[in-house]
Each structure stands twice: as C-alpha cells, then as structure tokens.
Write a protein that binds this ligand. Structure first.
Ligand code: ATP
Ligand code: MG
Length: 438
C-alpha cells in the first residue's frame, strides 16, 4: 500500500526555507526574458493525450515510456504535460496569436511530469522555465534565443556552463541521413535494445538518444548528421555560428546532439554543466519549423528552449552562487497584556500597509518566550509594548543584531524603523568597506 505520509516517488516539496530560491530564479528568468520581448504564457497542466503523442513523437522516450496518461470521467484520454512546447503551440494556434505581430514571443514556467527512474537531477515532477518564438526563420533568431538562454543562466548566477550546438537538418536532408543511419545500425541490429530495434524502422535518429549503454556505445561510431546537411541547412547553421561568434558566445559543435523530441529541425542546442553529475543537461532547445503546420496551424517557423529548474538550482548550489537573502521580519512587537496585544495588532497592520514585515504574538507567550521567538525567526528589530509604553506613547526600538536601542514615539514607529534600516544598511556597507583589503 502506498505510504500516505510520504510524497510520491520522484517528487519533492519546496520547503519555506528554500522557496525564496525558486522565487528569485523564476522572477529573474522571466525578467531577463522580458528584455528580449518575451511575455509569460500560462497553459494547463494537462492536455489531450494526442497533443503529445502526435507532436512530441511516438518513438521518443517521453511518449513511449514516460507519460502520465489517464482516462478522465468523460472518457477522454488526458496526459499531464511532460513538457511545455506542444501545449504552448496548441495555445498559440487555438488563440490565433500569430495573427498579431510576428514573431510571437512567449515564456513560461511550471511543473512537468514524466514517469522516469528517480535519481539525482531526474524526477517525476520537475519544473521547467522555457521560451518559444514563433514566426522567425532567420539564423539571427536561432542566435538570439541561444544568447538569451545563455544570459538567463548567467543572470541567475551560473558562472560556468558549456554550450553545445548542432544542426539536424530539414525533412529533406534528414531523409538521406536516416537511410545512412539505418544502414549503419542494421549492421548491429541484434545488439540494440528492443525499443531501438523498433526505432530502426520508424525513426533511426532516435537511437542516438537512447539511454541504454549498449545502444549508446554502438551509436558512438554512427554517421554524423552534419555530413548530410543540404546546402540551405548548412548555410543556416554556418550563419548561426557566425552570429554566436560575433556575440562572443562560446560554443562547441557536437554532431551527436539530436534532442529527445521529434519536432526539432535544423539548430539544436544544449547547455551542459560539469558540476551536477550524470544528468548534466540544464537547458535544451532548438528550431521546430514543422510543428505548427503538423498541429493544424498555419505553417510558421519556430524555435525555443526549456531549462530544468531543479538542475539549475543544483548548479547554483555546487558553484556556491550567492542568491539574494530571503526577506526576514522587520519588526516584532512583543505586547504584555491584552490591551497592548490589541494595540500591537493595529500597529502591525499599519506597518504592513507601508510594506514592512511586522509580526506580533498570536500564540499567547510570555515576554521571554516572545523574545526567543523573535530571535529564532531572525527579526531585525523588536519593540516591547507594556502598560508604561502605552501610557507614555514612547517605545524602545531594539536592533537585534547590535543590541542598540533607539527611543521613539509610537506614532513615529514606521519613520524610525525606516531610518534605522537605512542607517543600519549604511553601517553595514561601511564595515564591509573597512574590511576590504584595498
Ligand atoms: P534528459 O536527456 O536528461 O532526459 P531530456 O532531453 O529528456 O533530458 P528535455 O525534454 O529537453 O530533456 O527537457 C529540458 C530540460 O528539462 C532538461 O535539459 C532538464 O534540465 C530538464 N528535465 C528533463 N527531464 C527531467 C527530469 N525527469 N527531472 C528533472 N529535470 C528534467
Ligand atoms: Mg529525458
């Protein structure tokens, strides 16, 4: 029987002590994508199953092995999104977003669901941030989206990551490549896994993406797609590289990158980290010029990428990146007695109106226990509110870090707190400057 007090295998809770990292990363990514003109889109967590089977590709690992599919009470086959692109493009078509100015630029973040073998960096519920750009065919678009992914990773604080790119051609040159691959793998047919033996007939390029060590070993000497590109695809790929070089973005051409999903054409890319073990791809993407037409929309060139937020956070952690400190309580008011408790609630609410995190006792603790609590939650300042303070209208604002106290009128508490925070901030900068070696 399932253990009901445990989260399902392959899922993680993000606890309050860590959620600030997620908020920072999601906000920063959305903000930087905004600088490139991307606006957020929100799509359902589930779609009709065909959205994925038809478009992600029925010979891919995702569709063949990993989807959470169920029949709903209306007898429809529904699937929890294993990725966003298919659902986002479904929405772009359904809502005629391409009728407005092209290119359409959208970004998103949220949970994805894949029935995988859970391990470090591989979960059953994981989270992606991604972007899709519809209506741009030129190599400048490929370069821009790669540059954006590169900047996103940099802006959240990743210092070192490598970029690998490839071109997997168009349906025309891919035909030739497929037959070369087929010929190659037929020589090793008996050693391939059962899934890949089936792929050999239907989509031999998928074998290059197989995670089985035997298939991966055989794939090592398979022909390279870059040797089979038609002239247009070859020129496109060269132009993308020229753009990247001009923008000073380091990359390596890796002809083995084919990406796990069927809809890609031409440029594909991955950002890979050496800091997080075997599941090293933090971000993957590419061009998918055929997808809109395949999904019943007007043909439009398109491209995008998705990054795994868990893997991204793992990289940040292993590189000891400094994330902005989570916000803490600005002021804890410790009331003594019932009248003071009511007054404390009133003061707290007006401080909150001014943007301060202000807390007071809602447990019924004595003064000592309240101060211990204020310490535990890291309150920056405290005020004790007893009969004499209520009578005189004066309180002592105590800085918990230094122990220093300032007397202030209750009515002026918010101004004094504001000034104290500024002075404190200036003090801290001065101390930091004094400690600098130069
Ligand atoms: P992999 O080769 O690691 O299986 P993939 O090709 O299946 O990756 P994509 O479908 O391109 O991955 O998804 C984009 C990104 O989402 C990945 O680069 C990775 O960072 C993240 N990702 C994919 N699957 C998982 C998972 N099961 N758990 C955590 N992150 C994942
Ligand atoms: Mg995968």
């Amino acid at each position: 029987m399932a253990e009901i007090n445990k989260a399902p295998r392959g899922t993680n809770d993000v606890l309050p002590e860590d959620s600030y990292k997620w908020q920072f990363v999601e906000q920063k990514l959305t903000e930087t994508a905004g600088l490139y003109g991307f606006k957020e889109i929100r799509v359902p967590v589930f779609e009709h199953t065909e959205v994925f089977t038809k478009n992600v590709g029925d010979t891919t690992d995702v569709v063949q092995k990993e989807m959470y599919t169920f029949t709903d009470k209306g007898d429809r086959s529904i699937t929890l999104r294993p990725e966003f692109t298919a659902g986002v493009i479904r929405s772009v078509i359904e809502n005629s977003l391409t009728a407005a100015a092209l290119p359409v630029k959208v970004c998103y973040h949220g949970g994805c669901y894949r029935y995988e073998k859970p391990q470090a960096g591989r979960l059953r519920e994981f989270h992606q941030f991604g972007a899709e750009c519809v209506g741009a065919a030129s190599p400048a678009a490929d370069a821009e989206i790669i540059a954006m992914a590169n900047q996103l990773l940099k802006d959240v604080g990743i210092r070192k990551i490598s970029l690998e790119i490839n071109s997997i051609g168009c349906p025309e040159c891919r035909k030739v490549y497929h037959s070369a691959l087929k010929k190659y793998f037929e020589g090793n047919k008996d050693e391939l896994c059962a899934t890949c033996r089936d792929r050999l007939e239907r989509n031999p390029m998928r074998i290059l993406d197989c995670k089985s060590p035997i298939c991966a070993d055989i794939a090592k000497s398979a022909p390279n797609v870059t040797d089979y590109l038609c002239e247009d695809c070859d020129n496109h790929f060269k132009a993308v590289q020229a753009h990247l070089t001009a923008m000073d973005i380091n990359f390596k051409v890796n002809p083995r990158i084919v990406r796990g999903l069927d809809y890609y054409t031409r440029t594909v890319f991955e950002f890979i980290s050496g800091d997080i073990g075997a599941q090293a791809t933090v971000c993957g993407g590419g061009r998918y010029d055929g997808l809109l037409e395949q999904m019943g929309g007007q043909p439009q060139p398109a491209l995008g990428f998705a990054m795994g937020i868990e893997r991204l956070l793992m990289v940040l952690e292993s590189q000891n990146a400094e994330l902005p400190e989570p916000k803490k309580c600005d002021l804890y008011i410790a009331p003594m007695g019932e009248v003071a408790a009511i007054k404390a609630s009133v003061i707290c609410s007006s401080l909150r109106d001014e943007g301060f995190e202000a807390l007071t006792d809602i447990v019924g603790r004595g003064l000592k226990a309240q101060m211990r609590y204020a310490n535990k939650i890291g309150a920056a300042y405290t005020v004790v509110l007893g009969d004499s303070e209520l009578e005189s209208g004066l309180v002592r604002l105590k800085c918990m870090e230094t122990g220093g106290e300032t007397e202030t009128e209750l009515d002026m508490l918010s101004d004094t707190l504001y000034n104290a925070k500024i002075l404190d901030f200036v003090d801290r900068i001065n101390i930091e400057n004094e400690n600098r070696p130069f």
